[in-house]
Design a protein around this ligand. Structure first.
Ligand code: UDP
Length: 455
């Protein structure tokens, strides 16, 4: 980041950041904080955050952290209904956030702008009320934003709600997506989902600008489409995590045995399996995955997050005879240092739910994927992985152990997997180039700083 260093402006400029309190949103926001801090262009960075999932301030001594009450009950905080979660979070945090901002703005140090996660739906109105510019951080892909923005049209055209008979149909309005890839979630009231998405798109449109955790060579065509449809300043400066290697933003403790175990494995032999911080599954599905891993005969490092399997504490749900069947070929942990794992020479594939952070992290380490998307933007991300970048394999026809084992072997030992590895290595290289002097992400970071300092 040295080459981004510049003179601190005479008038101190402070940045205020406001992340959504879940792992896939905190990580990119704090990575962004680090990126902006390292440019030396800003006098200080303050992170306003709900009490839930508070980041550990001792991991970030150069930032100020200001917790605000979120009023979430235990059930509300732990619900897997993301729509209900975001709705109550927005409802409860609007007042405390406004009060916090009022206090900050009364201080002597000038504030340059507010950067908030796109899912803080009240933050544009609050910023407007104080005459403060707001820039939006989108933690998902550009293509996924276009998918969200198209939902009203897609409903009008009858693609949604999804009908079983149409799942395999293409959606010409959003190539290369099929109907089954459209962003949907399981929630008790789907109308709330559509309202939430519409508000997110509207508030993003009226913001002063938008930051993408993506890069030009990866999402050229979605970025072109976005710029045609949404004429607001936007800056593709990703992939964020490559500016800073170590991740100090994990909410769960990383299991320290993962890397020493990988050290004992041959190069590119291990399949890393993780479905992120939110996905839940039933016991049958979990057991089928376990047998798929066993039958593949490949070594694997499997993250089984407590809570991954509904109604189960941790590994008691593993099928009888599983441990004997794998003959020490597998290692199971509760939470792994994912970026380090993906960068390890022993890892040759990633069985992922295709959260955007995981997808980017895999691309940046040149690790091809098995795609296992579950909800929201994950299906669309997976479609780009399999059909556009051609760096992964999806399960297009059902889920059973034989198919899983076969898919793992296609990726890990067959020519098809090797070709995907070659293609993803090219993308990895492009990601690196984008961040060097003269590269697109480097350019957009420079423009972002100039833009913020112009307020
Ligand atoms: N992650 C991790 N250890 C794990 C699994 C995930 O550190 O065992 C991190 C991963 O590196 C990524 C984030 O958690 O940065 C998950 O974000 P993503 O967008 O992929 O999925 P989400 O959890 O939001 O569904």
């Amino acid at each position: 980041m040295e080459n981004h260093k510049r003179e601190t402006p005479l008038k101190p400029r402070r940045l205020l950041l406001f992340p959504i309190p879940s792992q896939g949103h905190i990580n990119p926001m704090l990575q962004l904080a680090n990126i902006l801090h390292s440019t030396g262009a800003f006098s200080s960075i303050t992170v306003i955050h709900p009490h839930l999932n508070s980041p550990n301030p001792t991991n970030h001594p150069h930032f100020t952290f200001l917790p605000i009450p979120d009023g979430l009950s235990e059930n509300e905080a732990s619900t897997r209904d993301v729509v209900a979660f975001l709705s109550v979070l927005n409802r409860n945090c609007a007042g405390p956030f406004r009060d916090c901002l009022a206090e900050l703005l009364a201080e002597e140090e000038g504030v340059a702008c507010l950067i908030t996660d796109a899912w803080w739906l009240f933050s544009q109105a609050v910023a407007d009320g104080f005459g403060l510019p707001r820039i939006v951080l989108r933690t998902g892909s550009v293509a996924s934003f276009l998918g969200f923005a198209a939902l009203p049209l897609l409903r009008e055209k009858g693609y949604l709600p999804k009908q079983d008979s149409q799942l395999e149909e293409p959606v010409p309005e959003l190539p290369p997506l099929k109907v089954k890839d459209l962003p949907t979630v399981t929630t008790h009231n789907s109308e709330n989902f559509y309202n939430l998405v519409a508000a997110m798109v509207k508030e993003t449109k009226s913001s002063a600008g938008l930051i993408w955790n993506s890069f030009e060579d990866l999402e050229q065509s979605p970025l072109t489409k976005f710029r045609q449809e949404f004429p607001i300043p936007n800056f593709s400066i990703g992939p964020f995590h490559k500016y800073f290697s170590a991740s100090s933003t994990s909410l769960l403790a990383h299991d320290t045995s993962s890397i020493p175990w990988l050290d004992t494995q041959p190069p590119k032999s291990v399949l890393y399996v993780s479905f992120g911080s939110v996905v839940e599954m039933g016991g049958n599905e979990f057991q089928e995955i376990a047998w798929g891993l066993a039958d593949s005969l490949q070594p694997f490092l499997w993250v089984v997050r407590p809570g991954l399997v509904r109604g189960s504490k941790w590994l008691e749900i593993l099928p009888n005879g599983f441990m004997e069947a794998i003959h020490g070929r597998g290692h199971i942990v509760k939470w792994a240092p994912q970026q380090e794992v993906l960068a390890h020479r022993a890892v040759g594939g990633f069985w992922t739910h295709n959260g955007w952070n995981s997808t980017l992290e895999s691309i940046c380490e040149g690790v091809p994927m098995i795609c296992y998307p579950c909800f929201g933007d994950q299906m669309g991300n997976a479609r780009y992985v399999t059909d556009v970048w051609r760096i992964g394999i999806g399960f297009e026809s059902g889920m059973e152990r034989g198919l899983m084992a076969r898919t793992i072997r296609r990726l890990m030992v067959e020519r098809e997997g090797e070709e995907m590895r070659e293609r993803i290595m090219c993308l990895k290289e492009k990601a690196g180039v984008s961040q060097q002097e003269g590269g697109s992400s480097h350019h957009y970071l420079e423009s972002l700083i100039t833009y913020i300092l112009s307020f």
